[in-house]
Design a protein around this ligand. Structure first.
Ligand code: 5GP
Length: 183
């Protein structure tokens, strides 16, 4: 969906569809180089990372496997708490695998810090993180995010997989949700 932002619940556009595609292609080149000659398993975090996974993986000029997890970080409304529950686990054992977690956004980093150590504890050989978006607070948690699409301001954004009450995921850009929608 490509909404005209005027007269909608979107206050402004943060990243356009073209910018997303161009950046994911750059990250794909970097990942190809870093994992040359090695098997690679991409683990997407449902549901927000679906669009990023779809476009990033198709930018890769190499074979990859994909698996998915769904986690819920407890918290109310637009805030994350760091307490994570697995709603859908991986389909396969990841012992010895080289993993790149594909995420939509890192805000506090609490969810990813938990996920990374959870995957490491299952015996993965390596676990790196790719995120489309990163907010400034992510720097406060010691989670190393190797591949970052865009650093964005601390605003609640939607689109390209990111939702507010399950809506807006199918916007093809990232936009700031108008404050009157949630305050
Ligand atoms: P963290 O644990 O890094 O604070 O939060 C990660 C999760 O919070 C993301 O995977 C996402 O589900 C949600 N989140 C954080 N910031 C935003 C945002 O600006 N918009 C939306 N839609 N979700 C967000």
């Amino acid at each position: 969906m490509n909404l005209n932002t005027s007269g909608t619940d979107i206050e402004s556009v943060v990243v356009t569809q073209d910018q997303i595609q161009a950046r994911l292609a750059e990250l794909a080149v970097q990942v190809e180089k870093d994992y040359a000659g090695r098997d690679l398993l991409l683990i997407g975090v449902l549901k927000g990372a679906v669009m990023t996974m779809a476009d990033f993986s198709r930018s890769l000029q190499r074979h990859v496997e994909m698996d998915w997890m769904a986690v819920s970080s407890y918290g109310s409304g637009t805030k994350s708490s760091g307490v994570v529950r697995i709603l859908k686990d991986l389909d396969r054992d990841i012992t010895g695998r080289e993993v790149v977690i594909v995420e939509d956004i890192v805000d506090t980093g609490l969810t990813l810090a938990w996920l990374k150590s959870n995957l490491e504890s299952r015996g993965a050989k390596s676990v790196e993180i790719l995120t489309l978006l990163r907010k400034p607070d992510a720097a406060k948690v010691s989670v190393d995010v190797k591949y970052v699409g865009f650093d964005i301001p601390t605003e609640f954004v939607v689109g390209y997989g990111l939702d507010f009450n399950e809506k807006y995921r199918n916007l093809d850009f990232i936009g700031v949700l108008a404050k009157h929608m949630y305050s």
